[in-house]
Write a protein that binds this ligand. Structure first.
Ligand SMILES: [Zn+2]
Length: 319
């Protein structure tokens, strides 16, 4: 039996069931939120999240992987409270989310003071993975970082290398937010390759924002898992295109290297409430409700869907 940590404790990877590999519960900017907005009501939002996650469980999803780390308003104690009330497993991550600089907290620590000093991030990540997240009994099960169209800035590189080090110490897999339009997956390949990370343990999140089958196929051939994980964000790429690239990559033999999700949240404070109505499909129920039927209609088989929702997540978490 291979176990993976979740917010309800260790689970057998054989029991993960259907997994949405990239869903947030909340994405928040607590410092700004506190200054400028009355939108957040803790009790109301927690109650709403419990309802939405139980709807998702009733639809047939057994597990979500929540890559909400430092920089996205992470609060694992709140997740643990929600986990106790919902019928699916929530797997939490550790890491730092930035497109540019490291958070100021890290600016003048470790290599931020003297290049070459050990990075305190590594021990923090390992503690989250091996002992538990501060103030909770919950252990993180994967590492999350980001590289966007700004490319490999010094801050992004520092986080990526720290996560590689934590991965090598713990075996926890890595998820990297990428920007496939500028092929930042290639930078991930270079840096993680230098660090000795096996690409089979790495998800390149947001690969599904691209329709470039050649580029994505080459990343899959290198071993990476591709996150086809933004279904419902139709303003950046429409539904038909998001479906079509998954169909094409399945046709090319890569169903064993894709995972599906929506990158949705019960509440995200990054978006003006006025515009939230513009993305009606951006919710937890879209993948099973609309995407999977569309894939099946276009020739993807049930067993390929099972690979993307069950087998590949299980393998990623070590099963
Ligand atoms: Zn995300």
């Amino acid at each position: 039996m291979t176990t993976v940590q979740s917010a309800r404790g260790p689970l057998d990877t054989a029991d993960l069931g259907r997994v949405l590999m990239h869903e947030h519960v909340f994405v928040l900017t607590p410092d700004s939120q506190r200054q400028w907005s009355d939108e957040w009501d803790e009790e109301e939002q927690v109650a709403n999240a419990i309802v939405k996650l139980n709807e998702l469980a009733a639809q047939g999803i057994s597990t979500i992987a929540d890559p909400t780390v430092d920089g996205l308003g992470r609060d694992v104690a709140r997740i643990a409270r929600i986990q106790a009330e919902v019928d699916l497993n929530i797997i939490v991550a550790t890491g730092v989310y930035t497109y540019c600089d490291v958070p100021n907290f890290f600016a003048f620590r470790g290599p931020g003071i003297i290049p070459g000093l050990d990075d305190p991030m590594v021990d923090f990540f390992v503690r989250d993975l091996e002992e538990g997240v501060r103030g909770t009994a919950v252990r993180a099960a994967f590492l999350k970082c980001a590289i966007d169209h700004h490319g490999l800035t010094p801050g992004v590189e520092r986080v990526l290398r720290a996560e590689a080090a934590a991965h090598l110490r713990t075996g926890a897999p890595i998820m990297v937010h990428t920007h496939p339009g500028t092929q930042t997956g290639l930078e991930v390949m270079r840096v993680l390759g230098e660090e000795g990370v096996a690409f089979e343990r790495v998800i390149l999140a947001h690969s599904g924002d691209s329709t470039d089958a050649e580029h994505l196929g080459s990343l899959a051939e290198a071993g990476f898992l591709l996150g086809m994980d933004r279904f419902g964000i139709d303003a950046t790429l429409d539904f038909e295109s998001r479906v079509a690239i998954v169909v094409e990559l399945c046709r090319r033999g890569f169903s064993g290297q894709m995972v599906l999700a929506q990158d949705a949240a019960c509440y995200i404070d990054w978006i003006d409430p006025m515009f939230k109505g513009a993305l009606p499909n951006w919710n937890y129920l879209h993948v099973l409700g609309d995407v999977v039927p569309a894939l099946l209609e276009r020739g993807v088989t049930e067993s390929q869907v099972d690979e993307m929702l069950v087998g590949n997540p299980r393998r990623y978490f070590g099963g």
